[in-house]
Design a protein around this ligand. Structure first.
Ligand code: HEM
Length: 417
């Protein structure tokens, strides 16, 4: 089925992502009701986009199938969406998320130790200190922008601390990440010039960060510490060491994946709790019992990552629909998380929802989010402190959404305590 029927939304058009959230949710509900995945053509942009198109996987079961069958649904050449230019990995290396097993599994093992529950427990003290600083700032200011004052502060300090990046360099790192992620999700023929300009800015930001990490990596090779960066530069993969290019792309991924997502989940969390005072009171009355399910529900409802893509390694039938080898599919997590076939009252925010088999952290499979437990700890600590110390913290106006088809982001969010 092609996307040319008048009733179908065009997921490749930036205008679709600029539409109000309610319109987008309705469009995805319609796509879910169709008996097969819809194909969307993507324009080829010389040097920037390979083009072609993709089938949109919008049902929960389809996202699960594509996440599980990694031998059929490959993350190479790229899982990120829109697909980066084919020359990008040759220059900057291929990040873990765009890699298949067995190399993916070996690399993932190196960093996964840093995300093991015992290591994360040790990080709780640091997370509590960062949260304490944030809540004190919100209390002192009384009103302002929640993204600037709270949401963007939490993950950058946590991930930089794990990577062993000194505090005084974190402002620089964050500014580069902000530029890098501007490119994500921008798409469409009409935006070709804007895209080229953004891509140039993006490349400059990657180069700046690369210089920074190479310097830091050399220093850690000489004098390793107890951080992920030291683990990476001293690691042995397939009998070889990581090249500085591979180290750089790993570093970019951890910084980007660990920042935007938590930042946006925190902001959406405040919106949801402000819009649902009953659920907020329920959570505040018993955070020990409900914080875990509340965080899962925030991630389900807001789905901070909109989409990832896969490329078929061979012909495959999905729900009886043939997908040829070489074709692409895009997994729409937010749509799967509202699938009425899986979730009762999917549009209702329920802090005690159980079961909640959402795919906000990706579907079960080799690429399931490496930082999911860390994200849960950060968000849990933040909302616990907010409910305990700032019982009247609320949004004070509408959120300014990020125009992107990749990050379900919030650029600014007025608050008042
Ligand atoms: C609410 C917060 C988060 C959300 C919603 C989220 C979402 C996701 C999703 C959907 C994927 C799946 C990619 C795929 O299947 O192709 C993923 C992978 C990944 N995430 Fe997260 N993430 C979050 C937080 C974090 C944090 C805090 C970190 C690290 C500090 C992190 C690091 C990663 C990495 C390294 C991968 C790639 C794993 C692989 O390819 O094996 N994420 N994340």
């Amino acid at each position: 089925m092609r996307a040319d029927a008048a009733t179908l939304p065009d997921l490749t058009d930036l205008a679709f992502w600029a539409a109000p959230e309610s319109a987008r949710l309705a469009a995805f509900a319609h796509l879910r009701s169709l008996d097969r995945p819809v194909f969307f053509a993507e324009p080829r942009v010389p040097l920037l986009r390979p083009g072609g198109g993709f089938h949109a996987l919008v049902r929960h079961a389809d996202v699960l199938e594509a996440s599980r069958l990694t031998a059929v649904f490959s993350s190479e050449p790229a899982a990120v969406s829109p697909e980066p230019p084919p020359w990008l990995p040759m220059v900057f290396g291929r990040p873990l998320v765009n890699m298949d097993d067995p190399r993916h599994a070996r690399l993932r093992r190196i960093v996964s130790r840093a995300f093991a529950p015992r290591r994360l427990e040790a990080l709780d003290v640091e997370i509590a200190e960062i949260v304490d600083e944030i809540v004190t700032r919100l209390e002192r200011r009384g009103s302002g922008d929640f993204v600037a004052d709270a949401a963007r502060e939490l993950p950058i300090h946590v991930i930089c601390s794990m990577l062993g990046i000194p505090r005084e360099r974190r402002g620089f790192v964050l500014s580069r990440i902000d530029v890098m992620t501007e490119y994500s999700g921008v798409r469409g023929e009409m935006h070709r010039l804007a895209t080229a300009r953004l891509l140039l800015g993006n490349l400059r930001a990657i180069v700046d960060l690369r210089r920074f990490v190479v310097g830091l990596g050399r220093q850690r090779r000489r004098d390793p510490g107890d951080d992920i960066l030291s683990a990476l530069v001293t690691a042995d993969v397939d009998g070889e060491r990581l090249s500085l290019r591979e180290l750089g792309s790993f570093f970019d991924l951890l910084l980007v994946a660990g920042n935007e997502t938590v930042r946006n989940a925190a902001s959406h969390g405040l919106v949801l709790l402000s819009e649902h005072p009953g659920e907020r009171e329920r959570l505040a009355a018993d955070p020990d019992a409900l914080m875990g399910t509340a965080i899962e529900e925030i991630v389900r409802m807001c789905s901070p990552i909109v989409q990832f893509r896969r490329t078929l390694t061979r012909d495959h039938e999905l729900r009886g629909h043939p997908l040829p080898a070489g074709s692409k599919v895009v997994l729409f997590y937010g749509s799967a998380n509202r699938d009425e076939a899986v979730f009762d009252a999917p549009d209702t925010f329920d802090v005690g929802r159980r079961p909640n088999p959402h795919v906000g952290f990706g579907g079960p499979g080799a690429h399931l989010c490496l930082g999911a437990h860390l994200a849960r700890r950060e968000l849990g600590a933040l909302f616990r402190a907010v409910l305990a110390r700032l019982p009247h913290l609320r949004t004070a106006g509408p959120a300014v959404p990020l125009l992107s088809s990749f990050d379900h982001g919030i650029v600014a969010l007025p608050y008042t305590v």
